[in-house]
Design a protein around this ligand. Structure first.
Ligand code: ADP
Length: 537
């Protein structure tokens, strides 16, 4: 084993330019690279697009660090690994991806015959755990002191606190035990404090050099709009504020991307739709044209984004609710990479939350089906976005950055979000009576909608409501007479975001879907503990 200290800086700068064709490091890259070359454990928290891959790819091609040999990269995303391996190969780096055990002999030949070992071996956590040939091979490298380091990408997948938990990641805790002196570098873009501690604990990182980059994007402005007349609103927004700028509009489904792009075209805007269902050539062509400003607006599902690096995106619109705050942050993060001002607008409707729940339950595209806990985690992640939208008092940056475990001083927002720009004098109302009665009504009637509950509580539409099974006695009718319709509606929104009430989608007699209210999972403890519901508005 070669141990040379202090000399690797020169090599690091040389390889940055020579292999990667880059001139300078982005924040924290050099520090993380130095630390891993020193043989330390490293934890890197960096926003998506921040340049995490370089933090393990560059050390992998350096020969003057404290440990030498092969860098083992563990990542959950097969497609991403294939992309990275072909990009590295194109740069002349010897990297490969162990996709199947049938490649065993080929892999082994690469690693153990010839005098120069490859720099990087990419592998999924599942393979690392389940394949004995993979483990044998690592063992052999280890005995030859040729395991340079483990790079654990998307390290948050190890934590059951996050919505991306993957059970195979938990097996990675074993690496420290099996290869005690091989350094580990863990990287993620999605970590609140709890998740961060969890990653360090579970991977058994020893006193890691930790790099946590601020997630604040000072040049982005954040707005939430009610989702009514959304097409007119988007057209007006673009024509007024961004007539000649590039932007991305995110929709939940492929069909709505297509519809919206066509509607925008009919209003004279240069828009195209983009989603995973298009063939590769079309996707490449659209990307090229968009980058060259042949058209301006791309209407896309979240399949659009990985690796997109157009600097002058002036707006990102969420036509539908994002699936999580992390997703929202990443998607909005594609705006304003050139550092100039950009706008992020989210159109909020509670109905989109139901659509997301439906998509989570009926997701057929996953490699591994979701466990019931996985379903819960994803729904809770979406629920967090609902709360974010409903919170019309706290600075948007404070709310989003809190999700990443950062305390942000709202004075730094400087009017950069709707809530700071237009601080409304808010009144706090006690709407506990709405909560208790709405839960009772949902319990009594199995087919009642949210707007019918609102009418019932406010004492309107008595004759119609009396026909509902379970409500014949009209108990509790009109108990919230004194409240305005808007306040009761807001209270209902809160009840659903807190899972005191839940909506169930059902095909009605006319063939259309109805959304019926049912009792949510936190209702029982709310009642038992005599909970209170306060809303600010
Ligand atoms: P992440 O994994 O953090 O989402 P990537 O590693 O994919 O990000 O990097 C995102 C983009 O930034 C890539 O196009 C990459 O080439 C580029 N990049 C990374 N580091 C640098 C740098 N030091 N200078 C310029 N571009 C960089």
């Amino acid at each position: 084993r070669r141990i040379t200290t202090g000399t690797y800086m020169e090599e690091v700068y040389h390889q940055l330019e020579f292999v990667f064709g880059l001139k300078e490091f982005r924040p924290n890259q050099l520090e993380a690279i130095s630390a891993t070359l020193e043989g330390k454990d490293v934890f890197v928290l960096m926003p998506t697009g921040g340049g995490k891959s370089l933090c393990y790819q560059l050390p992998a091609v350096c020969t003057s660090g404290k440990t030498c040999g092969v860098t083992i990269v563990v990542s959950p995303l097969t497609a991403l690994m294939e992309d990275q391996v072909s990009a590295l190969t194109a740069k002349g780096v010897d990297a490969f991806f162990w996709s199947a055990d049938s490649l065993q002999h080929e892999v082994s030949a690469k690693l153990f015959s010839g005098d120069k070992k490859p720099s990087l071996l990419y592998v999924t956590p599942e393979k690392l755990r389940a394949s004995s040939s993979c483990r044998n091979l690592l063992e052999r490298l280890y005995r030859q002191q040729q395991l340079a380091r483990f790079a654990i990408d998307e390290a948050h997948c190890i934590s059951t606190w996050g919505q991306d938990f993957r059970s195979a990641y938990q097996g990675l805790g074993q690496l420290r035990q099996d290869y005690p002196n091989v350094p580990i570098i863990a990287l993620t873009a999605t970590a609140n404090e709890r998740t961060r501690d969890d990653i360090v604990d579970q991977l058994r990182l020893r006193n890691p050099a930790s790099f946590n980059q601020s997630f604040n994007r000072p040049n982005l402005k954040y707005y939430i709009e009610k989702k009514t007349k959304v097409l007119d609103s988007i057209v007006d927004f673009i024509q007024r504020k961004h007539p000649n700028s590039s932007g991305v509009i995110y929709c939940l489904s492929r069909r709505s991307c297509q519809n919206l792009a066509e509607q925008l075209q009919s209003k004279g805007l240069r828009a195209e739709y983009f989603h995973a269902g298009l063939d590769k050539d079309t996707k490449n062509r659209l990307l090229e044209e968009w980058k060259k400003d042949k058209f301006r607006i791309i209407v896309a599902t979240i399949a659009f984004g990985m690796g997109i690096d157009k600097p002058d995106v002036r707006f990102v619109i969420h036509h539908d609710l994002p699936k999580s705050l992390s997703g929202y942050y990443q998607e909005t993060g594609r705006a304003g990479r050139d550092g100039k001002p950009a706008d992020c607008v989210l159109y909020y409707s509670y109905k989109d939350f139901l659509t997301i729940c439906w998509m989570i339950e009926n997701d057929t595209e996953r490699e591994e089906p979701l466990t019931p806990e996985g379903i819960d985690r994803q729904k809770n992640a979406a629920r967090e976005v609902v709360k974010y939208c409903n919170n019309i008092s706290d600075c948007r940056r404070v709310q989003v950055l809190r999700h990443f475990g950062q305390n942000f001083d709202k004075r730094e927002c400087k009017g950069g979000c709707d809530n700071c720009l237009d601080p409304r004098p808010l009144v706090e109302e006690d709407v506990t009576i709405v909560a208790n009665n709405a839960i009772d009504i949902a319990e009594a009637s199995s087919s009642i909608t949210a707007s019918q509950i609102t009418q019932y509580l406010r004492g309107t539409n008595a004759n119609k409501l009396r026909e509902r099974p379970g409500l014949e006695d009209m108990i509790g009718f009109g108990t919230c007479k004194g409240f305005s319709k808007e306040l009761v509606e807001l209270a209902m929104d809160h009840l659903m975001a807190d899972d005191l009430l839940n909506l169930r989608r059902e095909k009605g007699p006319s063939g259309f879907f109805n959304e019926y209210v049912e009792v949510g999972r936190t209702a029982l403890s709310f009642r038992k503990n005599k909970g209170r519901l306060l809303v600010k508005w």
